[in-house]
Design a protein around this ligand. Structure first.
Ligand code: IPM
Ligand code: MG
Length: 359
């Protein structure tokens, strides 16, 4: 029987609550599709750091490399210095496992979740490929004369040919795959999003993208500066098919994208190195104000499970999970994909499970 070793990092705040629902769904689809898995739980979080002063040790990163995938709930604690634990756990995974793609689908499942006037599910269905191991996240920089009037702070954007090339290639391949799945006569389109007018070295992206484009004549190439991209995402989201962009811009535009899908509670992501251990997480944070109240929306975490299943090659299970979420939202039973839906976190998980079992 097919079997997988899956690491789980429930994390902080609403993380453990939404991860629990993700696991419920995983258990149900595994039984239906007939595969097995072993969960290995890891305690790393802000909460754990406050108790033990321990961040992720190097040996654990090595251990993660031996797993098939890792599921993460959310990381971030109000009593811990901002970013300390996020850098250790989230960036520890992204950099440590060289998860160079951050895949973020932006898909509106149901009309009533759409915040835009005169737009609907037919208009909002694209994917952001966010480069995930360099750019402004490279952690190269620091302070000089900190705390004095002469203070200098440097944040360096690092872009390598290899990084731009492999992210572009992944995005072109994805565009081709999506085009085939749609099976229409429309050409797949890949939009490069950068800021190469003001930040001239960003033209490494322009050149790497154009270089890779030669291998994909069937894909229509397109370009937008990041500010214009934000505008188009609201004005004409139907123009986008696949976007490839830098780490920082991908972070920003996918929060905007999450709102187009119905809210932070529903957006899922995969931190991927094709063929190697990859990590899947909802894109929302730990939302301390909603923690422990059983009100957070678990659909992002459940979507992350679906993305993991697809990555593992369990495409049947992935499609079932996505269909269950999509069906639930289309049914109108979930008024909003956030903490104000009036549906408890655990109840929403049960609703997805019930749909899986009934299908
Ligand atoms: C995300 C988050 C992270 C990021 C934070 C928590 C470090 O915002 O996954 O989008 O900036 O990448
Ligand atoms: Mg973000």
């Amino acid at each position: 029987m097919r079997s997988y070793d899956i690491g789980v990092i429930p994390g902080d705040g609403i993380g453990p609550e939404v991860a629990r629902e993700g696991n419920k769904v995983l258990e149900t689809v595994a039984a239906i599709e007939g595969f097995q898995y072993k969960l290995v739980e890891y305690p790393y979080s802000g909460e754990y750091y406050l108790k033990t002063k321990e961040l992720v040790p190097e040996s654990v990163i090595d251990e993660w490399r031996t797993l098939d995938a890792v599921l993460l709930g959310a990381i971030g604690h109000p009593d811990v210095e901002p970013g300390l634990v996020e850098r250790s756990v989230i960036l520890g995974l992204r950099f440590g496992l060289d998860l160079y793609i951050n895949l973020r689908p932006i898909k509106l499942y149901a009309e009533h979740l759409c915040p835009l006037k005169d737009k609907g599910p037919a208009d909002i269905d694209f994917v952001v490929v966010r480069e995930n191991t360099e750019g402004l996240y490279s952690q190269i920089g620091g302070h000089l004369k900190k705390g004095t009037p002469d203070e200098v702070a440097l944040v360096n954007g690092v872009y390598t040919w290899k990084g731009c090339e492999r992210a572009s290639r992944y995005a072109f391949e994805l565009a081709v795959r999506r085009g085939k799945e749609r099976g229409e006569n429309t050409r797949p389109r890949l939009t490069l999003v950068d800021k190469a007018n003001a930040l001239r070295p960003h033209d490494i992206w322009t050149r790497a993208y154009e270089h890779v484009a030669q291998d994909f004549p069937e894909v229509e190439t397109d370009h937008a500066y990041v500010d214009a991209c934000c505008m188009w995402m609201i004005k004409n989201p139907e123009w986008f098919d696949v976007i490839v962009t830098t780490n920082m811009f991908g972070d920003i535009i996918t929060d905007l994208g999450a709102m187009l899908q119905g809210g932070m509670g529903i957006a899922a992501s995969g931190n991927i190195h094709p063929g190697k251990t990859s990590m899947f997480e909802p894109i929302h944070g730990s939302a301390p104000k909603h923690a422990g109240k059983n009100v957070a929306c678990p659909l992002g975490a459940i979507g992350a499970v679906a993305m993991m299943l697809d990555f593992l090659g369990e495409t049947g299970a992935a499609a079932r999970t996505e269909a269950a979420v999509s069906g639930l939202l289309k049914s109108g039973a979930v008024p909003s994909a956030d903490a104000r839906s009036g549906i408890a976190t655990s109840e929403m998980g049960d609703m997805v499970v019930a749909r899986l079992e009934a299908a």
